[in-house]
Design a protein around this ligand. Structure first.
Ligand code: ZN
Length: 186
């Protein structure tokens, strides 16, 4: 009888073909990223990588100790040197899962405080752009969007959010630099 490539469970009727063998229903859900892609061309190596990455994230979630949080936007864990983008559905258009990144992945942080003058009104949109190095050394960008639509620069909410955004930029720069400083010492 065929066995699942990942967990070794014996497979009966329900099984999913990959490049190097078959997956059970549970492992298929993980490898297909919740049924969002086909797995027929996925290799054993890729499967191992995905499970390793998932395991790492699970461990991080379990061990994450919040040493600082700024609003509900971002959490910092100074002990494990990771931060968590909460991706709170309240603040993002897309409901997505929290994301975890190590401090030393941070390459750059930018405050995007765009000003638009419309009919004499001073309007702003607001976001923090975080540039990160991923496992393949590519630079990826993550945004924390505070204001996706422009609002008046005199509004209280604008100043509150701007304060949050500036705090986040400073804290990200600080943790990124701390890591750079320790690297230099070593
Ligand atoms: Zn399985």
């Amino acid at each position: 009888m065929k066995k699942c490539l990942v967990c070794g469970r014996k497979l009966r009727i329900i099984k999913f073909k990959t490049l190097d063998g078959f997956l059970c229903k549970n492992c298929y859900r993980v490898i297909s990223f919740n049924y969002t892609r086909t797995v027929t061309q996925v290799s054993q190596q890729e499967i191992s990588n995905i499970f390793e990455e998932n395991q790492k994230i699970t461990n991080l979630k379990m061990n994450f100790e919040i040493s600082k949080k700024i609003g509900s936007y971002i959490f910092f864990d100074d002990k494990n040197k990771y931060f968590c983008l909460t991706n709170n559905p309240k603040f993002t258009n897309l409901a997505s899962k929290p994301e975890y990144y190590p401090y030393d992945a941070i390459k750059d942080v930018k405050l995007q405080n765009k000003e638009l003058i419309i009919k004499g009104q001073d309007l702003h949109t607001l976001a923090v752009e975080i540039f990160l190095k991923d496992n393949d050394q590519n630079i990826i960008k993550r945004n924390i969007v505070f204001l996706s639509y422009p609002i008046n620069g005199n509004a209280n909410i604008y100043h509150t959010l701007l304060k949050f955004a500036k705090q986040i930029v400073l804290q990200l720069q600080k943790v990124a630099n701390t890591d750079l400083a320790t690297n230099i010492k070593e």
